[in-house]
Design a protein around this ligand. Structure first.
Ligand code: NAP
Length: 337
């Protein structure tokens, strides 16, 4: 191939992204300089966080510049190299962009990966990648669940949430998941082993408070929060003394020009509970440790992972928007090559 198809950010989305905020362009395949290597991207990870990177806001990462390809974690194969430690044919993963070819350099985020030691190379974007590590370090180190406690997970049928629930079961907890729709709720119990599932769709805050109280009769000791808004507010109303809330994501607010925010924070005072934000990037140096543990549990059949792979860079926008419509069934991945 001599062309490089690139999925560019043309405009900063106002609220929910629309197709016109992006453009798929074809440019010549890039060349590399000394110290660089060229990656043929095979898969791109589609993550809710990318929505935040599209805004011109102060965050843990600079905004994607207008006219640049949309930043994404990708896995691919080195095609040409003028960098030590990277050879043609080698699989790598790193923070690149939704494009056929990315140029990278040694010493950055890009790391070699070994497809021979995992069931599928895409597992480096799910169980053994940022998603799995968010669940692992976020639950075990930020929320510190103990056997016998009740863990409430929102966004429970998604990439992070489904793994969090399974890890909480391994810790000996009662696990209640919140997800959208009957099908996803059935999957929580039947496939991921949650003790109970709550369908948040069509429920107001009072109904959610009551549904959580019913499924967590002894109260909630840990909330692993992926959604925010009234889902978080309802969880806060069910907290036990000294409960821990791990704030992983607030997807219900990412497209909202005016976030509704958490309105029941006073429950933290009443219950002497804590709330803590978590960012997976803080654990990069320990990914090996987390991945080894995940590998062990997966081999024992104690963790299953689902991936939702859409085909073709020309479908990047529709695939990305699945994250907000909830039509992804597992870790959302785009196949590029
Ligand atoms: P995901 O859960 O696989 O996909 C997103 C899911 O969010 C959708 O399937 C949908 O599920 C749900 N959703 C979308 N809009 C919603 C709304 N308005 N209200 C309620 N639920 C909604 O995505 P993921 O990659 O696992 O990410 C989950 C969360 O973790 C996100 O908030 C993300 O930002 C966060 N995250 C944080 C870190 C970190 O380091 N802090 C790292 C990775 C991910 P339903 O069909 O159930 O509605």
């Amino acid at each position: 191939m001599t062309d490089n198809r690139r999925f560019l950010l043309r405009r900063r989305p106002q609220g929910e992204p629309v197709a016109q905020d992006f453009e798929l362009v074809t440019e010549p395949k890039p060349s590399i300089a000394d110290g660089q290597f060229l990656i043929r991207n095979h898969y791109a990870s589609l993550d809710p966080a990318m929505r935040g990177w599209m805004d011109d806001a102060d965050s843990y990462m600079p905004p994607i510049p207008l006219g640049a390809p949309v930043r994404a974690s990708t896995i691919g194969v080195v095609e040409e190299s003028r960098a030590e430690g990277f050879v043609p044919g080698q699989w790598v993963m790193g923070l690149h962009a939704i494009e056929d070819y990315s140029v990278s350099a040694a010493g950055g985020f890009t790391q070699p990966i070994d497809p021979a030691i995992v069931p599928s190379v895409t597992n480096y974007l799910s169980l053994f990648g940022a998603v799995g590590m968010t669940a692992y370090f976020g639950l075990l180190e930020v929320c510190e669940p103990k056997a016998g406690e009740t863990v409430l997970v929102s966004g429970a049928a998604g990439a992070v949430g489904s793994i969090v629930g399974q890890l909480a079961k391994i810790q000996g907890c009662r696990v209640v998941g919140i997800a959208g729709g009957a099908e996803k709720c059935a999957r929580l119990v039947d496939r991921y082993g949650f003790d109970a599932a709550i369908d948040y769709r069509g429920k107001d805050e009072a109904a959610l408070v009551a549904a959580i109280a019913k499924e967590a009769p002894n109260g909630v000791d840990v909330i692993f929060e992926n959604v925010g808004g009234i889902v978080l507010d309802a969880g806060l109303m069910n907290l036990n003394m000294h409960a821990r809330v791990g704030l992983c994501g607030l997807i219900s607010e990412y497209n909202s020009p005016e976030p509704v925010g958490a309105r029941n924070l006073w429950r933290l005072i009443v219950k002497r509970a804590s709330i803590r934000g978590l960012l997976v990037a803080d654990y990069v140096a320990r990914f090996g440790e987390g991945a080894a543990k995940m590998g062990e549990w997966a081999a024992q059949g104690r963790i299953v992972v689902d991936e939702h792979i859409d085909d073709g860079i020309e479908h990047a926008f529709d695939a990305f928007m699945r994250l907000f419509s909830g039509t992804n069934q597992g870790k959302m991945i785009l196949r590029i090559a």
